[in-house]
Design a protein around this ligand. Structure first.
Ligand code: AMP
Length: 300
């Protein structure tokens, strides 16, 4: 089974207290696609400009990402830059240059339309909906988002939530969306907006899943002694999770917990290098080893 992933395909310039790296391959869809590729074939939907380096196209190809849905448009690739504070938990966006994303209308190739697993990675919710409308009855659809869309496109996001199975957001976004300080109360409110499964990401503290049928599950984050760059960790988490889910046998309800642990593992690798540099060097064997370690660390 393959995973269809739509989201941003970007060039990221990232500054941490220790180093600065310009124009790395980034974007929610890039991180999610590479993460998912360790488990399943990926079909990518996105747009890049004429300045998009060939070496990044080659990187997608090395991960066997299907690029039929990646448009190359006249203009500049979406460029995002951000700066981390000393503790690496708070980040400041320095610039967002939309470039070719400003006029992007995703058009799904016919070969993509029957994909059973769909990840609507972070991008404007109207574009996420536009992709979903072109799909033929997907089995499982998950959407991710960011605070920007809560601020400038809330009606679009609320509309989207009525037609997804799962929704992933971080703790501050959950609080902002529901005006609830308590995350357990926030989860209940988010279910009422549509999704059967809601996952709240809490960075280095892991993630909480709430299923309408089976209740809560707490997923740990892998304990890292050194974080180099957490950009894309959330996208790697959800990409790894969807990649694993698409290949696991049995009901989604049963597989989702394991899938979250796999997501946490891929996210931890992502944090160990700038952009995608570390994630692209790992293997499925390394993922499985860390999965076992995380399982051992949380057994009691
Ligand atoms: P994360 O660290 O999981 O929040 O994701 C960071 C990624 O989000 C970076 O690779 C950025 O290119 C991407 N990103 C930043 N701002 C936006 C935006 N407005 N829309 C879509 N993707 C974005």
């Amino acid at each position: 089974m393959s995973v269809l992933i739509v989201g941003s395909t970007a060039l990221d310039s990232i500054k941490t207290p220790k180093a600065e790296n310009p124009r790395l391959l980034g974007g929610s869809a890039s991180h999610a696609a590479v993460a998912a590729s360790f488990f399943a074939p990926v079909k990518l939907v996105g747009v890049v400009g004429e300045d998009f380096p060939q070496r990044y196209v080659q990187l997608y190809k090395r991960h066997k990402v299907d690029l039929e849905g990646l448009q190359v448009a006249a203009g500049k690739t979406f460029h995002w830059s951000g700066e981390y504070e000393v503790n690496m938990n708070s980040r400041r966006t320095l610039a967002t240059e939309l470039g070719v994303f400003e006029t992007f209308t995703p058009k799904l190739p016919v070969s993509y339309q029957a994909s059973p697993f769909v990840l609507l990675a972070n991008i404007a919710p109207s574009l996420q909906s536009h992709v979903l409308k072109q799909m033929r009855r997907p089995e499982f659809v998950v959407a991710d988002t960011m605070d920007l869309w809560l601020n400038i496109a809330l009606p679009d996001l609320l509309q989207l939530l009525k037609s997804v199975d799962g929704f992933v957001l971080n703790d501050s976004e959950a609080r902002q969306l529901t005006k609830e300080d308590n995350l357990i109360s926030a989860l209940k409110k988010i279910h009422k907006l549509g999704p059967k499964y809601v996952i709240i990401k809490k960075g280095e503290h892991g993630a909480i899943l709430s299923s309408r049928d089976t209740g809560l599950f707490i997923s740990p984050a892998y304990p890292l002694a050194r974080v180099v760059d957490p950009t894309g960790a959330g996208d790697s988490f959800v990409g790894g999770m969807m990649g694993y889910l698409s290949t696991a046998k049995g009901p989604i309800e049963t597989n989702l917990r394991r899938a979250m642990i796999y997501g946490s593992v891929v996210a931890s690798f992502c944090c160990e290098g700038f952009g995608l540099t570390f994630t692209t060097r790992i293997t499925r064997r390394a993922i499985d080893a860390r999965f076992k370690e995380l399982a051992r660390l949380t057994r009691f």
